[in-house]
Structures are given as structure tokens and as C-alpha cells.
Design a binder for this molecule. Structure first.
Ligand code: SAH
Ligand code: DHB
Ligand code: MG
Length: 223
């Protein structure tokens, strides 16, 4: 892709100075790759953004949908106090197994719980437990269901909670209203739900970087 080299260089520069991987996050990436997991984790500077958002939020509780090898999980969980809690939902037992090891090595296993299963099955079970509202929800799983996950996030949060939806631009394909690609349809549905929902105030930002051209949405729960 044109421009990707300069984006890569800027990501490398920014990451080196502001969001460097440490031994633990680097090991998480290394072991994820060695286990054959797809390299679709957030970049380090995006992970740092997630950590900052959770810190700004004063988050004590985080819900993540889509764990993969636990890389974004580690960035988010580092924002939590020692008695904080992060629940991460992952469909693939193989991904979850790698994540659990990475999270334990990060010393975060007291704070983080990975639950295996399709998120649309895990979410009603989680809701049945009446957990304290989540202060931040990071949606980063199967893009086709992103709007469903936003709806679940609304049930599991409070006024002032923050919802982050990853990968809503997909090389700009998001503008194709006639697309039959399910990720595009899912992202459009999520964005339009956020825009129309009376309990949400949100925006979306395009990004370029080491992972190409994509973007994320942020939505604040109003009531
Ligand atoms: N958040 C991770 C990346 C997640 S990749 C990071 O940035 O480090 C997307 C993950 O969602 C994959 O591990 C995939 O197995 C998982 N996934 C896909 N469909 C799912 C579903 N229906 N429920 C829960 N997880 C799902
Ligand atoms: C994909 C998934 C992601 O969460 C991501 O950040 C990038 C790509 C994917 O499944 O293609
Ligand atoms: Mg993602």
C-alpha cells in the first residue's frame, strides 16, 4: 500500500519514544506468533492509547470482547488498580490458552479472567451474574457482531462508561453502503447505532500505522 512505509516509520518512532514494548508485552507477541495466532493485535501505540483511556476513565472494571493472545488485555489491565477486574471474552480455546499464559507472565492473572466461548453466549451469562458496571468496554472480536456487542455493553455499563470499537474503517471500505462484506456491514451497523442511540455520544477516528488504514470508534454512555 502506498504510504505504508512512512506510516511504519512513524509508528516505529512514536512507539520507541512513547509506547515501547517491555519484556512482558514483547514476550506476549512472540509467544502468540509462535503459537500461530494471527497478527491482528493492536499495535503498541494503540495499546498505550487503550491504557491511557482506561486511566483517564479511572477504570476499575474493564470488559474486553476478543482476547486473541492477550496483548491488548495486558495494556488495559495495567491501567487497573490491584483490586480491579478485567473480563475478556474469547471464542477460540487455543487463543485463550495462549492469552492466559501471557497474562500470567505479566503478573495480571489476579485481575484478569478470560472466558472461552462465543461472546453472544458469554454475555448473557455474564449479565446474569449482575456484575458491577464496567467502566470501559473494548470491542474487538468478530466485526459482524460489533453492534450486538455495543448493545450488550449498554446493559453492562453505567452513565460515564466508555465503549471503544476497533477496526471500523477497514481500508475505507466502511463507506460502501452496498458492501456485502460482513465486517463492513457490521462496522456500519455499529457506527450508525452509536450515532442514533439516545444513550450514546460517540465519534470515529481514522488511523494509519503499522497495521495499515483502519480506525476506531469511541462512545460515552450518557445515562
Ligand atoms: N484484542 C486483541 C485482538 C483480538 S482479534 C488484541 O488487540 O490483542 C479478534 C479475536 O476475537 C480473535 O481471537 C477471535 O478468535 C475472537 N473472536 C472471533 N469471534 C468471536 C466471538 N464470536 N466471540 C468471542 N471472540 C471471538
Ligand atoms: C482483524 C481483526 C482485528 O481485531 C484487527 O485489529 C485487525 C484485523 C481481522 O480479523 O482481520
Ligand atoms: Mg482489532
Amino acid at each position: 500500500m502506498d504510504g505504508s512505509r512512512i506510516w511504519d516509520a512513524v509508528d516505529a518512532y512514536v512507539t520507541a519514544h512513547l509506547a515501547p514494548d517491555d519484556e512482558v508485552t514483547a514476550a506476549a507477541l512472540r509467544d502468540s506468533e509462535a503459537a500461530g495466532l494471527p497478527g491482528v493485535n493492536v499495535t503498541a501505540n494503540q495499546g498505550k492509547l487503550l491504557q491511557l483511556l482506561a486511566e483517564i476513565q479511572g477504570a476499575r472494571t474493564v470488559l474486553e470482547i476478543g482476547t486473541l493472545g492477550g496483548y491488548s488485555t495486558i495494556w488495559l489491565a495495567r491501567a487497573l488498580p490491584a483490586d480491579g477486574r478485567l473480563v475478556s471474552l474469547e471464542y477460540s480455546p487455543r487463543h485463550a490458552e495462549v492469552a492466559v499464559r501471557n497474562i500470567a507472565r505479566a503478573g495480571l492473572d489476579q485481575r484478569v479472567e478470560v472466558r472461552v466461548g462465543a461472546a453472544l453466549d458469554s454475555l448473557p451469562l455474564l449479565a446474569d451474574e449482575n456484575p458491577p458496571p464496567f467502566d470501559l468496554v473494548f470491542i474487538d472480536a468478530d466485526k459482524v457482531n460489533s453492534a450486538r456487542y455495543v448493545e450488550w455493553a449498554l446493559r453492562l455499563t453505567r452513565a460515564g462508561s466508555l465503549i471503544v470499537v476497533d477496526n471500523v474503517v477497514r481500508d475505507g471500505r466502511v463507506v460502501d453502503a452496498d458492501s456485502d462484506a460482513e465486517d463492513v456491514r457490521g462496522s456500519r451497523e455499529a457506527l450508525e447505532l452509536i450515532g442514533a442511540h439516545p444513550r450514546l455520544s460517540g465519534t470515529a477516528i481514522q488511523t494509519v500505522g503499522a497495521k495499515g488504514y483502519d480506525g476506531f470508534a469511541l462512545a460515552r454512555v450518557l445515562a
